[in-house]
Design a protein around this ligand. Structure first.
Ligand SMILES: [Zn+2]
Length: 532
């Protein structure tokens, strides 16, 4: 028998294993959990080379997995001013002026996490930010990363001076033929991004490695990284060979409406690629955009008459692409915020079928038609939900998202509990850098449906999860979603040795206090990647 490398003792183990839900200790050898039990039994297994960590009463859970994140795009894209907490126009302009002060003359001012609601009075326009950035080129990404606001000089440098046509549902927003500075969806955003200076590949790699360390420090042991290309596989190989892959990563290939079919074939050939801590084999699609900009695909138009278009000009091509990948054993992932988008994804999955053991999934599901709700369980489609996205919703429904959807659809917003009770698998995630990646915030949001510490009653809080369900969304649910239900998401002999330790039990800790509960140890694959 392999010698035990690492033993955790004197803890409270919340194993999520029905065979043995509670224990105080576990043993790890060669990246696998070999035993779970009482302190004495586990100490008996330890040899002279075993590292024994006394948890001192802290709670160990299966390693936490964020099922929807953009770790690499975020590590490189979320640069400059962090605007996630800037909820008034004055806050935004103040943060931009401060960021501008840190930049050299002529340097691009960048920022991310912009709130659509701060432009309620002014409209989204370059002229609102031009002074704050001192006339410099500036590119600010909205919180959902689906819209970019460029300053006037950024538009000029990028040569964006009027409307453009795109293969996808993207737009250079113009008034009387002149761009306002608002660029909707990637194809439009890229017009400005290409004019910005690029970090070197080595700098990008360092940014990605540093970000993975940050994930480990908040207790994450795995993520489903929601965008990828063949280059992402190279990045993963390089990170793993340098010992920097401290998070398990499942990486999909993103299929855009204009991705050529030769590329589908190239991705299909790479479907089986994997390392020790990462794998491919997933295809990601967007069927729509976001409710806030009117690009979410809705059964009925929103209050501004938007929401009637798919992200795919030819939806049949989306259906063919899903069928192509599903028939090659891929898991398919579809971003769908609007109820029409969700329905289209469910219809498409039903047609395409899935390889044995593969569950397709739908991301966000911000509003859903009642008749489509039971289809998740019936079809075995995972509901991947991000409760932190509710932080922009006002309980009185005066925010942009709620005004666009109106009361009746708001009543069907983020139906997490109904989906769970219908028998659907729920996977939770942050969608970082859309929301903060800390899983303590993610679990709190699923329980509170509002930011922690706010006193206002949560909107639609009958859909809240309890502490155990929130933890399951980050462990067992996420593991099932990733096709790893046998090996991840539980602390049990034979499972991969991914463990998160917090000072207090994340299930019993009050949701408002959860974010301040220290993470004390993170173990991935038997390796201590944080604390210890
Ligand atoms: Zn996303």
């Amino acid at each position: 028998m392999t010698e035990v490398d690492l033993a955790l003792v004197n803890g409270r183990l919340r194993t999520l294993d029905s065979q043995r839900p509670q224990a105080t200790a576990l043993a790890i050898a060669a990246g696998t959990i070999t035993a779970v039990g009482g302190d004495d039994a586990i100490r008996e297994l330890c040899g002279s080379q075993t590292r024994v960590i006394d948890l001192d009463g802290a709670t160990a859970t299966p390693g936490l997995i964020d099922s929807h994140m953009h770790p690499f795009k975020g590590a490189v894209g979320a640069r400059g001013a962090d605007l996630l907490d800037a909820h008034t126009l004055d806050d935004v302009l103040g943060a931009l002026a401060a960021e501008r002060a840190k930049c050299a003359p002529g340097e691009w001012v960048q920022g991310w996490g912009l709130d659509y609601n701060v432009f309620a009075q002014t409209g989204i326009s370059s002229t609102v930010i031009d002074d704050a950035v001192g006339g410099a080129p500036a590119a600010l990404t909205f919180m959902d990363f689906h819209t970019l606001l460029a300053s006037s000089s950024a538009l000029e440098l990028a040569g964006v001076d009027g409307p453009r046509q795109f293969a996808e549902h993207a737009e250079v927003v113009c008034v009387e033929g002149r761009p306002t500075g608002e660029l909707r969806e990637n194809a439009a955003m890229d017009l400005v991004r290409v004019a910005m200076p690029e970090p070197t590949p080595e700098q990008e790699l360092q940014m990605c490695a540093a970000h993975l360390r940050r994930l480990a420090a908040v207790g994450l042991t795995g993520t489903h990284a929601m965008d990828g290309t063949l280059e992402t596989l190279e990045l993963l190989r390089e990170l793993e060979s340098r010992g920097e892959l401290v998070t398990r990563i499942l990486t999909p290939f993103t299929i855009e409406p204009d991705t050529p079919e030769e590329m589908w074939a190239a991705y299909a050939r790479a479907g089986g690629e994997r390392g020790r801590r990462w794998r491919a084999g997933v295809a990601k699609f967007f069927i729509d955009g976001v409710i806030d900009s009117g690009t979410g695909w809705l059964v009925e138009p929103d209050s501004e008459g938007d929401g009637q278009a798919s992200f795919w000009p030819d939806v049949d091509r989306y259906r063919r692409a899903v069928a192509f990948f599903a028939s090659r054993g891929f898991q398919c992932v579809t971003h769908a915020t609007g109820d029409r988008g969700v329905r289209e994804a469910l219809d498409t999955y039903a047609q395409a079928g899935a390889a044995p053991g593969v569950r397709h999934r739908i991301e966000h599901i911000e509003t859903l038609q009642p008749s489509d709700l039971p289809r998740f369980a019936a079809q075995g489609v995972v509901a991947s939900m991000q409760a932190q996205h509710m932080m922009w919703l006002d309980p009185e429904r005066r925010d942009n998202w709620s005004r666009r959807l109106g009361d009746e659809r708001c009543d069907r917003a983020f139906l997490t509990r109904s989906l769970l009770e219908s028998g659907a698998t729920i996977a939770l995630g942050s969608d970082w850098p859309v929301a903060r990646y800390d899983p303590r915030e993610g679990m709190a949001a699923a329980r509170l449906r509002r930011p922690p510490g706010h006193t206002a009653r949560a909107p639609y809080d009958d859909q809240a999860l309890d502490g155990l369900q929130a933890l399951q969304g980050y462990t067992t649910g996420a593991a099932l979603t990733g096709g790893d239900g046998e090996r991840l998401g539980r602390l049990a002999p034979g499972c991969l040795a991914d463990v998160t330790v917090m000072a207090y039990d994340p299930v019993e800790t009050d949701a408002d206090a959860l974010v301040t509960t220290p993470v004390t140890l993170t173990v991935v694959d038997g390796e201590i990647v944080f604390g210890g």
